[in-house]
Design a protein around this ligand. Structure first.
Ligand SMILES: [Mg+2]
Length: 385
């Protein structure tokens, strides 16, 4: 059985190199994996937002609080927006329509999907006009045509590559046709390797699982785009232009792993999958650079976290909040220990707690889960609790 991939394929990894902050012995590895401050609103300090969609701009069919206010407000502050998604089946106009339903202004040229990422990745290996076979839907065919490839209908047409992306139309016949082409020497490229696809009924088969079926039969490891690989951010940025990118996402193990690996600062929001507790427990590779509850985080300055010492004790201070984590647990100055299963805290307390938990974990073999790590209900700056 071909194992489900957990890291970048070899080709991608060797192309990108190891990010400096992930190299062992790097002197700035601690500094690189902590929160930063910004005196100006993030939308003024950074010129391009690489925005995740689901869990950030909307949540399935539901609206996300303050998403339109944050995204449209960032644009008004001069930030260029790019919507970066692992979804390979939705064409750019469909994304724009979905954003419009959520009162977020966007144009098709601002969408960068995993389908477009796979097409751009393929261009690093094949010349213009090369024939490609698609295991996927119209969104992926369109992305490949737009990138200058000739989409062919059969393995008999001798495609130079087989590009695979999730679509409800993908079936046994289409996957087997792709397999014939790969057996004849075609390159296998996946839009992304998400093992599962969240649905209303639970987790369904994602593209990575269907890619694994083809690779299991071919015995060949595919190239892959999409998050958590850093390439999707780098290729989206190359297309959009801009010098100071900021990645915004709700999932630590995709959005923020990709951002860290691409050396792009990340803003985490609490409107999607990863919770504040997940953030406190994040590994260095997953850690965001800025924290907020929602996209209003783009419109505000972020106070710089500082390590302060009083009476010989070390605390993490953000704004007026001072917190530390020791073997005795998480403790707020003037507040006491957080010893309950859940707690309501202010945004600055959440930020100070994240620094304190990360500091503790880094000093204790990467683990803080021997401590009580509460679920946090984080209040916004407007209504601290
Ligand atoms: Mg998301």
């Amino acid at each position: 059985m071909w194992p489900l991939p957990v890291g970048p394929p070899e080709t991608e990894r060797s192309m990108m190199g190891t990010p400096h902050h992930l190299r062992s012995g790097s002197s700035d590895s601690r500094a690189a994996a902590f929160l930063r401050g910004s005196e100006r609103p993030l939308a003024a300090a950074y010129d391009v937002a690489l925005l995740d969609l689901d869990g950030v701009c909307f949540a399935g069919d539901a609206r996300v609080p303050y998403a339109a206010e944050g995204a449209n407000g960032a644009r008004e502050l001069g930030m260029h927006l790019v919507f970066v998604t692992n979804n390979a089946s939705r064409a750019p106009q469909a994304v724009v329509d979905k954003l419009a339903d959520n009162d977020i202004v966007a144009s098709p040229g601002e969408v960068f999907s995993a389908a477009m990422d796979a097409a751009a990745l393929l261009h690093e290996h094949l010349p213009d006009g090369a024939p490609v076979f698609v295991i996927g839907g119209d969104g992926l065919r369109q992305a490949l045509t737009d990138e200058g490839f000739a989409v062919v209908a059969s393995a008999e047409d001798a495609p130079a590559a087989v590009v695979q992306g999730w679509d409800p139309a993908v079936d046994w016949a289409m996957m087997s046709e792709g397999l014939y082409a790969i057996a004849n020497g075609a390159l296998h490229v996946a839009t992304n390797l998400d093992a599962t696809l969240p649905t209303e009924r639970g987790f369904a088969l994602g593209n990575g699982s269907l890619v694994a079926a083809v690779a299991n039969a071919s015995g060949r490891k595919p190239l892959a785009g999409g998050k958590p690989f850093p390439g999707i951010y780098q290729r989206a940025l190359r297309r959009a232009g801009g010098a100071r990118p900021l990645a915004i996402g709700d999932r630590l193990n995709t959005d923020h792993v990709g951002a860290r690996a691409a050396d792009i600062p990340g803003l985490h929001v609490l409107t999607g999958v990863s919770t504040a507790r997940d953030v406190l427990l994040a590994t260095p590779e997953e850690r965001p650079t800025f924290l907020h509850t929602d996209l209003r985080g783009l419109l505000q300055p972020h106070p710089e976290p500082r390590r302060t010492t009083s009476d010989g004790d070390s605390w993490w201070q953000v704004g007026d909040e001072r917190w530390r984590v020791t073997a005795a647990g998480a403790e707020g100055q003037g507040v006491g220990f957080l010893d309950t299963a859940s707690a309501a805290v202010s945004l600055d307390a959440y930020r100070a707690l994240a620094c304190a938990f990360w500091d503790y974990a880094d000093a204790h073999g990467g683990r803080a889960d021997d401590l009580n790590v509460p679920e946090l209900h984080v209040g916004s700056q407007e209504n601290n609790v």
